[in-house]
Design a binder for this molecule. Structure first.
Ligand code: ADP
Ligand code: 5GP
Length: 290
């Protein structure tokens, strides 16, 4: 028999961290199943992209469903000829259909919500549009994590979750982010759990993030719609950044330099909208999600 690979201390630590993150994720999924927030169809869908879910044992999954105990789970698995050690990723197409038929008859199948990702150069008006959309549209707007210091008008938990570099790094190691990126010397990231849950519950979701992060989201969730917000003109962008008054001269110059590169990314987005007037942009986003 081949010997197990010898791991360095660092590799062992990484493997332990990954296993802990998977356990945490499985526990979360099971509690959502128990409470009925997620149904079996959501899990089968999720297993296509989520390693921790794909590696769950089928028995564990069935036992977590409300109203299904150990006995019913085992009886069902015997009837469907699923071995007791089978993992979700090992289910055949026929078995998936049978499990779906068994449980979806009584539970409400929810059609997943749309995921809109709003990007564009700093100062173009992304947060202004997101704020308005939260007020008038039926959208769940994700609150990001960042290592940036709060601005005077920002509230922790509403505008961002403000965390230290150490906390952010631990979240990366635990695989908590759907995407994250570095921007102007700070890190910004979107956690996976809440976004997935909102989508599976049929809510439309808006992420307001920079361009590298938007591309990561598209790679993980190809159904997402990437929207690029453009300023009516370069002069208007400069004037909005100055008018916002949140950055000193050095940071403003830094953000404008970044903005020049960011504007070039528009062509790789699904939709480009010019932010000449906030209400008009918000209306178009609502239309994109309907
Ligand atoms: P971003 O989130 O993209 O960095 P902000 O939402 O902070 O940009 O907007 C930058 C500034 O531009 C703010 O002062 C905001 O009030 C202003 N602004 C946003 N959208 C418009 C618009 N359509 N017309 C005029 N000013 C706008
Ligand atoms: P600000 O510091 O002006 O709030 O944000 C700087 C940039 O980071 C903006 O382009 C904003 O859209 C982006 N951003 C905010 N949250 C996230 C996030 O969770 N992920 C990524 N990739 N970018 C984000």
């Amino acid at each position: 028999m081949a010997l197990p690979p010898r791991l360095t201390d660092e590799q062992r630590l990484k493997a332990l961290e990954k296993a802990a993150a998977s356990r945490k994720r499985r526990a979360y999924i099971k509690s959502e199943l128990k409470s009925g927030s997620l149904v079996i169809d959501n899990i089968l869908e999720l297993s296509k992209t989520d390693e921790a879910v794909a590696n769950m044992r089928v028995r564990e999954l069935l036992e977590s469903l409300s109203g299904v105990g150990k006995v019913r789970a085992l009886t069902l698995m015997e009837r469907l000829e699923i071995s007791p050690t089978r993992r979700v990723k090992g289910l055949g197409r026929h078995q998936i259909t049978q499990i779906r038929n068994e449980f979806m008859k009584s539970s409400h199948a929810i059609s997943p919500g749309k995921l809109l990702v709003l990007s564009g150069p700093g100062g173009v008006g992304k947060s202004t549009v997101a704020k308005k959309l939260r007020e008038v549209g039926d959208f769940w707007v994700s609150v990001s994590y960042t290592t940036r210091q709060p601005r005077s008008n920002e509230v922790n938990g509403r505008d961002y979750h403000f965390v230290s570099h150490e906390v952010f790094q631990t979240m990366i190691n635990n695989g908590e982010f759907l995407e994250w990126a570095e921007f102007a010397g700070n890190r910004y990231g979107t956690t996976q759990d809440k976004v997935e849950q909102a989508l599976l519950l049929g809510k439309n979701v808006l992420l307001e993030i920079e361009i590298a992060g938007a591309k990561q989201v598209k790679a993980h969730l190809p159904q997402s719609i990437l929207v690029f917000l453009e300023p009516p003109s370069w002069e208007e962008l400069v004037s909005r950044l100055e008018g916002r008054g949140t950055d000193d001269e050095v940071r403003r110059a830094q953000r404008l330099e970044l903005a020049q590169a960011e504007l070039d990314a528009a062509s790789s987005f699904d939709v480009v909208l010019v932010n000449d007037e906030v209400e008009g942009v918000v209306q178009k986003l609502i239309e994109l999600a309907s």
